[in-house]
Design a protein around this ligand. Sequence first.
Ligand code: SAH
Length: 460
Amino acid sequence: MTKQLPVQKNEQLQVTIEDLTHEGAGVAKVNGYTLFVPKALPGEVVDIKVTKTNKGYGFARLLNIEKQSEDRAEPPCPIYNQCGGCQMQHLNYEAQLIVKQKQVQDVLERIGGLKSVLVHPTLGMDNPWRYRNKAQVPVGENEGGLIAGFYQERSHRIISMDQCLIQHEENDEIIRSVKSIAIKYGIRGYDEEKHRGTLRHVVARHGKQTGEIMVVLVTRGKELPNKKNIIEEICNQIPNVKSIVQNINPKRTNVIFGEETHVLWGDEYIHDYIGDIKFAISARSFYQVNPEQTKVLYDKALEYANLTGNETVIDAYCGIGTISLFLAQRAKRVYGVEIVPDAIADAKRNAELNGITNVDFAVGEAENVMPWWYAQGIRPDVIVVDPPRKGCDEKLLETILAMKPQRVVYVSCNPATLARDLKMLDEGGYETKEVQPVDMFAHSTHVEAVVKLERKHGIK
Ligand code: SAH
């Protein structure tokens, strides 16, 4: 006989929230059984309805807050409950920053076995709204015609939206304008099920320092009816537009962009600055979405690299070379490696744009290129890594240990894999000195952190 769980599906009960998961859900215990309650906060007493029960844990919906947390905030966004893009608007910003700091601390201890590491308070934004420089809005149709907005949480149903409070205002205006222009000229929104219609996505990109704007129309086929009129109206309605681009994505896929891109009007690129460095951004280039906090993050990485101008530096997982170019201003030579060829083409172009000549970029897997560099006799003084969520490849960590740099700077977007990697570096002779969480994605649960590691004394 299967053992009866302490709660049943659809049961309503009152619980006290004890903790918060890394995904932002409240955690309650009922006779030792764990229930996850999205949108409930630690310390709150809440009425819930159980929605799902697994063997070891279940989920419940928040019905009513009996006793409210002092840190609870009224989410200012009108579509907060449907969207799912921000998970933490119901927690005030100061408390969000503390949660992120604690999360890093906990994970370093639990997974990394690093007990007394200094984790600084999270560096947050003065104004944590309207920070995103890129909007990617799906377009579809309902009974009333073309709509553009966002996918309802965990679904592919598009809900119309006119503003997103974490987007730059200008991006909201661009989306509104393009939507009304598309409606005026009878453009059909994309029907995902039938794979019909014209316009799939509107992407708006905005250079925070330059004010330059790019509009990308992602279409199912080459055809864009009334192209001339549409371009003219976009230019009229959006005075700062520098680039209008069509990207063609003929596939049945969730991926936004297709392979083919044409400039419809203006330039292929817009520009932006992070610090003094200028970047060319094309429709599909990776570019950090929160430029203000990117500067904070890179300044910290540069500080931890502690360069005097004589160092050889490796920037692994370099993307379009953002960190490499930042480091190059203070180093003798920087080697950047990245797996995506287009990103390396952008990196080289950006180096040229800024007249930076002491950088070399290579395309390939960092874990394979770095041993090759080692074999060529390259001995870096500092290695910077900024890997994707899955963290560094073990072979790469081994190469770091073999290269014996004085310092390692680890930029991480996932505390769990960070902790795993720091453990291995620690065992190999690198001490984690300090950790600085930086809030790149206010109101979401994402945590970014920069770590300074130094070679332990007496290690050969
Ligand atoms: N440092 C950059 C990008 C960091 S994102 C910035 O701050 O903008 C992580 C990057 O690692 C991505 O560009 C991704 O394409 C790249 N990447 C993923 N796996 C890789 C691998 N095995 N070797 C090299 N680069 C890789």
